[in-house]
Each structure stands twice: as structure tokens, then as C-alpha cells.
Write a protein that binds this ligand. Sequence first.
Ligand SMILES: Cc1ncc(COP(=O)(O)O)c(C=O)c1O
Length: 488
Amino acid sequence: MADQDRTPYVDALLEFAQSDPGRYNVPGHQGGIGADESLHLLAGQTALVDDIPALIEGIDVGEPNPFQEAQDLAADAWGARRTWFLMNGASQGNQAMCMAVAHMGGELVVQRNVHSSVIDGMIMAGLKPTFAAPELDPELGVAHCLTPEVLSDALDRCPGAAAAVIVSPTYFGASADVAALAEVAHSHGVPLVVDEAWGAHLHFHPALPQDALDAGADLVISSTHKTVGSLTQSAMIHLGSERFEESIIDRCISMTESTSPNSLLCGSLDAARRQAAINGERMLEETIPVLRDARAELRQIPGLEVLDERLLERESVVGWDPLRLTIDVRGTGASGYRVAALARSLANVNLELASDTVVVAVFGMGTGTPARARRLVDGIAAAVAELEADPPEKKPEFALPPPWGEPAMTPREAFLGAQEVVAFSEAEGRVSAEPLATYPPGIPNVLPGEILTRETLDFITDSVDHGGYVRGAADRALATLRVVSQAK
Ligand SMILES: Cc1ncc(COP(=O)(O)O)c(C=O)c1O
């Protein structure tokens, strides 16, 4: 067991900065000397002095060096064979992952509602996807997880798949049965990749859902900044097995990253790892009961429900994350957007997400203090009290979307091919060059390379007519769509 109390990279940065180095290298502000006064106000002198470039002896040069040691400590803390620090978020992890998968074959099975960075990664890598549908919640209009049966069926339909890619936990805190999904992937001879962007903290408390590495995932993308305390944009990718080649992952990460990685982001990962490994269990031990009480209080507010154990009634869900408070606001008669806007304007309470039916509050692993929970509950209570006493208007039922259109080409071919703009009403039968996802529930109805069907176009029109909205189209008004040009 490594000494998790150490912070080798942070220590090396501090030592360098405190040695009063003559700075004739980048960044151009050179320790703050050349920075505008507004940047001093924004970042502070300490951050400017500690903004140190790559390739400095004693920090990240030589073997071993503090940068490598910091990543090795992270691998040890999360139980990975190897861990890489990422300076461009889990988005970079997904793009690098797609490039790595492309080394093993041209096809993959993907959960349909993966983050847009996976779609971008497939475009970059030229991968051909076969999609697997997550379970839909017809009441809340949100997507949950993938069942092992659905993954197995998708892998049967895609015998050339080089990997399977899933998301767990979801934005709403629902965790999939990753162990069973890993077994399905492995029995089909492919590795399982888990986008665990929302689950960096899961490893550190036994009451939380099992983390993906522990459940047998082969590659895990983790957005450390989301729930563990590193700086925004810093993330990690963990290798869990030999089903991926380490040197290929390494190369794919370097090709998706700046050659000038930010030392503060990187240092924040070293610090956050120490905190999680040394204090994580205690911090969660304190946070979890506070949030349990906050849930109970929120339930007392007329019209509100909080998702928790009830998520487990869903077939695809085997665990739920207590750090996510997904509040069902349907009983108030107002939308989640309205409740979130009121909480912000009345109490300066800023929520992570709002949809038609829910608002979601997120806590970090150690930020669930009684005072912070109180402010959230009071802010939401104020928002609900402010809602007009109008009788709740009946919301339209959430309709299931039609099947996806046939893929006519890969996302990359559509993205890079010649394109034209056509009227929405004339797009039937054309190959889409852009993604279209109706909210709720935000699962892409169309991805680049797929044929636009009448049913899908009608469904999108119908959703918008009923107050939903569509993401992905260049023309937000949806008067036109970008499609692949037809060969002359
Ligand atoms: C499931 C999932 N994967 C990846 C990402 C990208 O993470 P990052 O913002 O760290 O790039 C997100 C962001 O919200 C996400 O929800």
C-alpha cells in the first residue's frame, strides 16, 4: 500500500516556486510579473507563481519523477493498473478512449445516450457504432442505465465490435449493474469501458454503489472535478485490465492533450487524490446522513419528491448515489426550469441541472454540511412558495421516441462529407450531418450519418409543440437541418 498522505507533484511545484527561479520560459506572465492586474485579482499571486510549465527538472522530467509518482498514487488509490491525469476533462478521456478502441477494430457498441464527447471521439476515430438503448422512465422522461440483456443483444448484432461503452452512474445518480455488464462484454470477447464521469467518489465509501473498476470494468473515465475536489477541467482515466494496451492509451491521451498541461489543474488532481484516499471515507460518512435528512425535509415541501431507493425499482438500476439530489417537481405544477430559476433569483441557490420534470442538486464528497444543506432546502422551499397558486396544468404525457434511422455512413463520414442545408420539412430520407436530441429525455433521436425518417421528424416536431426542446441542430429554430450532400 503506497503512502497516500504524500503529494509529490504538489510538493515539487511548491519547492520550485519557492526557490525564486529566474523565469525566462513560458508562461509569458512569468510568475505574475507580466500579468494584468485583473488577472492578479482573479487568480491571486499564489496561483500565478505556481503556474509552472511542463518539462522542468525535479517536477516531470527523469525517471521516476513527481508527476509520475502522483499518477501512480492515484492508480493505487482507485485500484487501477495505471492512471493518467487529464487536463481536458472526462471529455478528453472519452476522445482518447475512442482513438484507443479504433486501434483494436473499426466498430463498437455504445449506449445511445453517451456524452457528446463520445460521439465526437467516434468522429475523430472513424468508428462505426452499434447503439444499445438505455431504459427509459416514462413518468419522469429521463433515461436510466443499460441492462445486461440489452448490451448482450447489441453485441450479438455487432460481431465486429472492439469494445462496449456504457455510462454509469447517470446524470441523475442511477448506477448500472456494471459487474454483470462487464461479464456480458467479456463473454463476447470485448472490453467494457465505463464513463464514470459522475462517480469519482464511489470508491471511497462502502455505502455507495460499487465503483466501475471494482466491478471489473477494463477502462474507466472519471471526471474527478465533478464530485472529488480537484479544479474544473481536471479528470482521470483508469486502466483496469490488460484488455487495452497501455502504450496505445498513453499515446491517445497525449494526442488529445495540449503540450502545455496546466500545473494547477494537475496539482489539484494530486491534492484531491490525497484528500479522497486519506479523508474520503470520513467526509462521506459526514455528508451522507446530512443529505438523507435534506431529502426528508424536501419531501415535506408540498409538490416535491426526491428520487432515492425508488430508483432501484427500475430494471437497469442497481444502486443510487446519495450525493445527487434529484428532485421531482411535477407535483408543484411547474417545470424544473421554473423552480431552478426561482431558487436562483430568490436565494442565489444554483442547481446543477433542470429539466421539465426534475431539478438536480450535486454535492461533493465533503460538502454536505448541515448549513449548506439548509441553504439548499430553504432556497427550494422559497421557490415552491413563490409559484402561482394556479391549479397545475396537466402536462402532456411523455411519448416514447420512434426507432433510430438506419445508419447510411459513419459519424465521421457524415461530419467530414460535403453538406448542405435543407428545410426541415424536406429533410425526410436525407442523411443527417448533425445530432438531434429531444429533451426530455435527451437521448439522441438522430446522430450524424443516420437517415432522417418521417417518424423521427414528426416526433421532433411534436415534442417541440408540447414544450420540449431539441439540442444539436445548428439552426436552433429548426427551420432547417444540415444534411450530407447527395452525390451528383
Ligand atoms: C457522462 C459524462 N461523461 C463525460 C462528461 C464530460 O466531462 P468533463 O466536463 O469533465 O469533460 C460529462 C459531463 O457532464 C458527462 O456527464
